[in-house]
Design a protein around this ligand. Structure first.
Ligand code: FAD
Length: 582
């Protein structure tokens, strides 16, 4: 690391410089798996994360990793998993990404086991698998209800045994692009306020989702869509941004934990949903799959029950697993038992839980090439929740942990190969100084607008107008609101310095949140149909005209949209899928 100075308009800007072949932004499952692969393919690797190493959002994953290892249901194989993924993505998912993921997920699970992950076991000692919504077979390899924690613990252990430079609590604010190629990035070390310039041949964005744009979400504080905005501003294409997954079951009280996830594992292990009248309403909405239908179906059913006045006093429905008995629950769902006992004083071995939908996952994101995860910007790659294509209009539970392992590895390999043939390029001092000045402008601003006032309104706008059921009028109002907030956001600032200042972090996040929100809303306005997670009251049916992917991209200072055809599936795969006419 070396310290440099740049001087623009007489202002001296001090920063450290860190150079690498591959810069990975994000230390969740995708980022750590990418780092292992890039390092093992002889690249020098830096990983940065705005949270502490080991604390990325992935640790929250509960239910498991979807992989057709067929330990529990011997008929399972990648072909069935492929069909489930395409069908539940309502035919706008990328067939090649689905093929790669379903074929390679078993290898990634066994690899994790070799790395030291302690999966739950079948009586004959194989990796245990559980049922999950809309998976034909019991397919989720799991570690109780703490699968993400074990996944991160295991990958972190691998990283610590390699010469990978991990810089945690560093927030990346900008990517530098020269001649349509990545040349570097700028970040701030949150603990000290130091500015760091990253000179790099490649960047892999593994920054996760954007659930924090909504008031009620299961997502961790990190999920503010930063990677989406970084990529968009760098000129990368976004795709299917309207596709936001509402998980059917989040906690509803006490207020401090509203939105916290109640794992699908509960329904997978036999939990049933009841309305306030005690009716098992999923029998009406989905007589065959019942509680284990796809997330969009179950979330809409719960929403409809509450709207029809059959919800509980907390605007929720009941989820009951008590019939399975205390021993079973303590063994299979220990985290859920503690979550309800500690936060709500509810003993789930004896009482039902109250649950309602919560924003959970972003199917849309940066458009990538299925084989290599590269974007349309040279040297820029994306993997994990920040990337789009695999899940189409709806993600199957368990497919994200498979996604981050499979495509994290592929992105790491592709970035290492690319960087071996590329030289570091220069970054203009003017651009560096401009960005440093932007960061500095938020600090020591006595009359600055508190960024939380903007973030609060973004949350309310997204939850109320861009929710589970949408319509053109509300979406239009939401867009107007976001545009007005963008003007207001110019005044955000905090009185303290750059050093260890949570208010400053919010200032840095706001602009990206507004960009991500705008892409979601504009794409939702453009998709004049209902498909998967995107439900329009004014266009309640699926429309063949919209069997398309919607791209959003930067054009000058404005956001443009374009519809593109879903890549056509080869015949060898078509025959695996229960295809509809559209
Ligand atoms: C409660 C819960 C349970 C879940 N359970 C499951 C499950 O059982 N199975 C399943 O398949 N999926 C599950 N999911 C979804 C899954 O956990 C996530 O989709 C997945 O972990 C995302 O991993 P990722 O590596 O893409 O990103 P993340 O794990 O979100 O990591 C993102 C990283 O990027 C960093 N970052 C972000 N912005 C910046 C920035 N500007 N600068 C520097 N660093 C930045 C963050 O600090 C973090 O390190 C669950 C999700 C939740 C919320």
């Amino acid at each position: 690391m070396k310290t440099e100075n740049s001087k623009v308009n007489g202002i001296q800007k001090k920063y450290e410089t860190v150079s690498s072949d591959v810069l990975i932004i994000g230390a969740g499952g995708a980022g750590l798996r990418a780092a292992i692969e890039a390092f093992d393919n002889e690249a020098s690797v830096v990983v940065v994360s705005k949270s502490l190493l080991g604390k990325a959002h992935t640790v929250m994953a509960e239910g498991g990793i979807a992989a057709s290892v067929a330990n529990v249901d011997s008929k399972d194989n990648w072909k069935v998993h492929f069909s489930d993924t395409i069908v539940e993505g309502v035919y706008i998912g990328n067939w090649r990404m689905a093929e790669i993921m379903t074929k390679e997920a078993p290898d990634r699970v066994y690899e994790l086991e070799r790395y030291g992950a302690l999966f739950d076991r079948t009586p004959d000692g194989k990796i245990m698998q559980r049922a999950f919504g809309a998976h034909t077979y019991r397919r989720l390899c799991h570690v109780g209800d703490k699968t993400g924690l074990e996944l991160i613990r295991t990958l972190e252990d691998q990283i610590l045994h390699r010469d990978v430079n991990v810089m945690d609590e560093v927030f990346i604010t900008k990517l530098f692009i020269k001649n349509n190629s990545v040349s570097g990035a700028l970040g701030i070390r949150l603990r000290t306020g130091e500015i760091i310039l990253f000179r790099t041949k490649t960047v892999i964005l593994c920054t996760g989702g954007a659930g924090r744009l909504y008031k009620v979400t299961s997502n961790s504080w990190e999920s503010t869509g930063d990677g989406i905005a970084l990529a968009y501003n760098a000129g990368a294409e976004l795709m299917d941004m309207e596709m936001i997954q509402f998980h059917p079951t989040g906690m509803v009280y006490p207020p401090g934990v509203k939105g916290l996830l109640v794992t699908e594992g509960i329904r997978g292990e036999g939990g049933i949903l009841l309305n306030a009248k005690g009716e098992r309403f999923m029998l009406r909405y989905s007589p065959e799959k019942k509680e284990l239908d796809a997330r969009d179906v179950v979330a809409r059913a719960i929403h409809s029950e509450i709207e029809a006045g059959r919800g509980t006093e907390h605007n929720a429905v009941y989820l009951d697993i008590s019939q399975k008995g205390a021993k079973f629950i303590h063994q299979k769902l220990p985290g859920m038992y503690s979550q309800f006992m500690d936060f709500a004083g509810v003993d789930i071995t004896k009482q039902p839980m109250e649950v309602a939908p919560t924003v959970h996952y972003q199917m849309g994101g940066i458009r990538v090439d299925p084989e290599t995860c590269r974007t349309n910007i040279k040297g820029l790659f994306a993997a994990g929740e920040v990337a789009s294509g695999l899940h189409g209009a709806n993600r199957l539970g368990g497919n994200s942990l498979a996604d981050i392992l499979v495509f994290g590895k592929r992105a790491g390999l592709a970035a290492a190969i690319y960087s071996s043939k590329t030289a570091l390029s220069s970054i203009s001092t003017e651009e560096i100084s401009k960005e440093i000045a932007r960061i500095n402008s938020f600090a020591n601003k006595k009359k600055g607008l508190n960024p939380q006032t903007i973030i609060k309104v973004i949350g309310e706008t997204m939850s109320e107008k861009v929710g589970i059921v949408r319509d053109g009028k509300d979406l239009g109002l939401a867009l107007t609101k976001i545009q007005a907030l963008r003007k207001k956001a110019k005044n955000v600032g905090v009185s303290g310095s750059l050093k260890f200042n949570p208010g400053l972090l919010s200032c840095l996040e706001v602009e990206g949140m507004l960009t991500t929100a705008e892409a979601i809303i504009r794409s939702a306005i453009a998709r004049k149909e209902s498909r998967g997670a995107h439900t329009r009251k004014d266009f309640p049916k699926k429309d063949p005209k919209f069997k398309k992917n919607i791209l959003s991209y930067k054009n000058g200072n404005s956001m443009k949209l374009k519809m593109v055809s879903v890549p056509s599936m080869p015949d060898r795969l078509k025959q695996l899928v229960k295809l509809e006419v559209y």
